[in-house]
Design a protein around this ligand. Sequence first.
Ligand code: IMP
Length: 430
Amino acid sequence: MANVVVVGTQWGDEGKGKIVDWLSERADVIARFQGGHNAGHTLVVGGEVYKLHALPSGVVRGGKLSVIGNGVVLDPWHLLKEIEGIRAQGVEITPETLMIAENTPLILPFHGELDRAREGQSTVAKIGTTGRGIGPAYEDKVGRRAIRVADLADAATLELRVDRALVHHNALRAGLGLEPIDREAVIAQLREIADEILQYAAPVWKVLTERRRAGERILFEGAQGALLDIDFGTYPFVTSSNVIAGQAATGTGIGPGAIDFVLGIVKAYTTRVGEGPFPTELHDDDGQRLGERGHEFGTTTGRKRRCGWFDACLVRQTCATSGVSGIALTKLDVLDGFETLKICTGYELDGVRMDYLPTAADQQARCTPVYEEMPGWQESTAGARSWADLPAQAIKYIRRIEELIQCPVAMVSTSPEREDTILVTDPFSD
Ligand code: IMP
């Protein structure tokens, strides 16, 4: 298998960082294909902790090409700051090791302002966004008024693009009671960073095609999770990009046939940050315990994550929409010591058994989870590196998940340490 896509199968925060890092060591190219700096990946390499938001995880490993694809929305000021921080940790970042697709839309300061202004309105239900301007930047992309990386190269084009964006934004801002945008200031801010960003600009679709033909391995690094997908997530409480695996193709410009293996990251229980439906959410001591043991606080915003039982019904659904070839099960050790574990196998809606979550919001709200109970295990699973290290009940729990989600386990991660992994199938093996 040459090319692997890694996607989250729940609401994000499934523990992609460790798995992506492990795979990126053996990849030649690591590409981000959606989202922006709303993502947060923590990597521990050689004892050093790296916190990445916009940069692909490959940057911390020497000799790799890291790519920001056109499916991403990029805050150039944030990116430059992140590069500076990572460089200060001794990592080399050059145009040879980092490429940004020329057709990547930019997140501008007024996108963040708009995001936060909307979230602050009391009349509409909040989405609970990260406030980073992700939604407004994607709106401008499909509204054909985005400023893209390539536009930074020519002063006249840049001014035209800014004017097109401001016609829309100033009308919107007037309605929200915000000051009009200072055109000259925006242009000056963009000019200031243009050269620094442009040094990384490249026709990513072409570079990836050439690398692929040369037999190099590409790792497509997803951010967020499939239940936050703009089409298949719990709309409108979602992010503004396609998160599912198909986006790896459109978000970088490589054909879908180039994807050989889709690795879905699955947390052994469920968490969610922000607002929106969460059928298996727990408001009791069990939920509290999952949050404490799992250190469930957001990497980007520090918000406390909502916690609940594993929802096999939803993961079966997201494994299908992403065409997951195998899963990496993470944070199993958080379940150590529970007397009983519950797994949601489906829902009951108005007396009818459902084997998927319906799309209509009112129906979702009336869905009650149908649970199956399993005895827990009292032994520690932390640090297990083979099936023999796991208690019998933990193996039963994993096998039951596999059955219910109709997807095989490719690996089990039993601690943040890279070696603490039980490997069943190597996504990169031929
Ligand atoms: P936005 O992506 O900032 O527009 O936020 C939309 C929704 O996606 C909110 O519920 C956020 O909490 C959630 N979200 C965005 N990025 C992440 C992430 O990396 N992990 C988990 N949730 C996220």
